[in-house]
Design a protein around this ligand. Structure first.
Ligand code: SAM
Length: 488
């Protein structure tokens, strides 16, 4: 069982008056050199403010505060190791969280095994002193860092922070619920592992983005080659599995929750402006398919879900039970190339008029009544694939990543995409052709013109596909295509 690394709580309170943000650190939470460096910066800043007679730190203190929070967040990526080191167990964190819950003036908090960050609306400095005292006595076995950071926030900033905490709290709840249920081992065989990673030229000092972290197979090879990796995934189970598998690489792995359609913003928000390479291994991972509760597979009974991000709004059941017959037929035809798309859509509409279609096997059985089984492929294969692509807007996300990917790269940076579906490969090929052609031509033009989008070169003339040995070991690799470009 994995414990959540952060427990966040925020009340739906609307702060009206002065709010305080309090940050307390377990003395051994960070490597001593990081904490020492931070303390020196803080003393220097406070001294500068004192010398200049400046009262407000113009956000500098907040930035330092954030820096420390990030350092700590990275340090607790390996939760078990750090817990043991910090001696501040999750059970204790939960206990503390419950105790604080009883405090009327505390609006929200974030607790990690080695830090406590509170937001409180108080009547004056004395209130803060009381709160700090209570916090340190409730956690008497924890040696707090000697200088808790206390900041005054105006109501608007406090509201913004609370809203962010509230969102985190919802995510953490979802993650810890899954953890409570016991995390299943994550077995995903990485496709075109060596080919894709080598194409990115990983090396010490390079920063690579793995936009589809999954179980961390590609990331591991990048880390082994010495690179720093920013891994994005929208699936909390994948993020947890990758964190566990790659914990030994410490701060060289940065895990980012989110959809790669927003990769540029997600990374810039966290301070990464440009990288040396970006990989996207499009599609789903084996554990997503193999887990009946995720609802991807027609082979096992489960809710008709198919969301890679369990917090996404629309599940497969929502589409199946609410899209029009024409929309359903379009989905099956466009994303699944299912020739019986109209008949399947018609059947769904007839059935759902009697009762909603809520499970994977219900839908699979219904498809079998339209399409009798022929050959080795299950009749529901194409329709399930189509629904999954629609639920997760996989083509929309890929298009957005293609459009923004190069902007994230330095000159000479490489952009590699592995696809498993002809529609996806077509999108990648079209985009890569568009940006690697020095000139464009039209029948009505007297001569070709320079291409304003010319910003990259093709690394391989043809897509890379799996070799015989990989195909023999992993039949899933048969449709994989790797395309790579390099930013000029
Ligand atoms: C094929 S797996 C990646 C496997 C990984 N390369 C490895 O070797 O372990 C694809 C992963 O990308 C994630 N994913 C797919 N689409 C995504 C998107 N639009 N944004 C973020 N993650 C996405 C899935 O949740 C899944 O974990």
């Amino acid at each position: 069982m994995t414990a959540p690394t952060t427990i966040t709580r925020a009340k739906a309170a609307t702060p009206g008056g002065i709010c305080y943000r309090v940050l307390m650190w377990e003395a051994c939470a960070l490597p001593p050199e990081s904490l020492e460096g931070w303390k020196q910066k803080r003393s220097a800043l406070l001294a500068r403010m004192r010398d200049a007679g400046v009262k407000g730190a113009r956000g500098n203190l907040a930035r330092l505060n954030e820096e420390l929070r990030e350092l700590s967040a990275r340090a607790i990526e390996a939760p078990l190791a750090t817990c043991a080191q910090a001696g501040f167990s999750f059970a204790r964190v939960k206990e503390l969280a419950d105790a604080l819950d009883a405090e009327g003036e505390v609006l929200g908090w974030q607790l990690t095994p080695c830090s406590a960050e509170l937001l409180a609306e108080l009547h004056g400095e004395e209130g803060i002193d009381t709160l700090l005292k209570r916090l340190s006595t409730t956690t008497s076995e924890v040696t707090w860092c000697d200088s808790p950071l206390v900041e005054v926030l105006n109501a608007a900033t406090a509201r913004e922070r609370l809203a962010a905490w509230q969102q985190n709290a919802e995510e953490n709840d979802a993650e810890s619920d899954e953890a409570e249920e016991g995390s299943t081992p994550f077995h995903h065989v990485t496709v075109l592992a060596r080919e894709a990673v080598e194409a990115l030229l990983p090396a010490e000092g390079k920063v690579l983005v793995d936009a589809t972290l999954g179980g961390g197979g590609h990331s591991e090879l990048m880390l082994q080659a010495g690179a720093t990796v920013w891994g994005i995934d929208q699936d909390p189970a994948a993020r947890r599995a990758a964190r566990r598998r790659l914990a030994a690489y410490g701060e060289r792995l940065q895990v980012v929750a989110g959809n790669f359609r927003n990769a540029a913003e997600l990374l810039r928000e966290r301070g990464l402006e440009q990288a040396d390479g970006l990989l996207a291994d499009i599609g789903i991972s084996s554990p997503q398919v193999d887990c009946p509760e995720r609802g991807f597979s027609f082979l096992s009974e489960g809710p008709l879900d198919m969301r890679m991000n369990p917090n996404a709004e629309r599940s497969a059941a929502d589409i199946v039970n609410s899209a029009s017959e024409a929309e359903l037929a379009d989905i099956f035809w466009q994303y699944g190339e299912e020739r019986a798309s109209r008949a399947i859509a018609r059947r769904i509409v007839q059935e759902r008029a009697k009762a909603p279609i809520t499970t994977t096997t219900q839908l699979a059985d219904l498809i079998c009544t339209v399409l009798p089984r022929k050959g080795r492929q299950h009749p529901a294969t194409r329709s399930f694939q189509a629904l999954r692509i629609a639920v997760n807007d996989e083509l929309g996300a890929l298009e957005a990543l293609l459009e923004s990917g190069l902007s994230l790269l330095k000159s000479g940076g490489r952009f590699a995409v592995i696809t498993f579906h002809s529609l996806e490969d077509r999108a990648v090929k079209r985009y890569f052709d568009r940006v690697t052609r020095p000139e464009i031509d039209r029948p009505e033009w007297p001569a070709p013109r320079p291409n304003p989008e010319y910003t990259a070169r093709q690394v391989f003339r043809k897509p890379i596909t799996a070799g015989e040995a990989e195909l023999a070991a992993n039949p899933r690799a048969r449709s994989a295509k790797l395309r790579v470009i390099e930013k000029l």
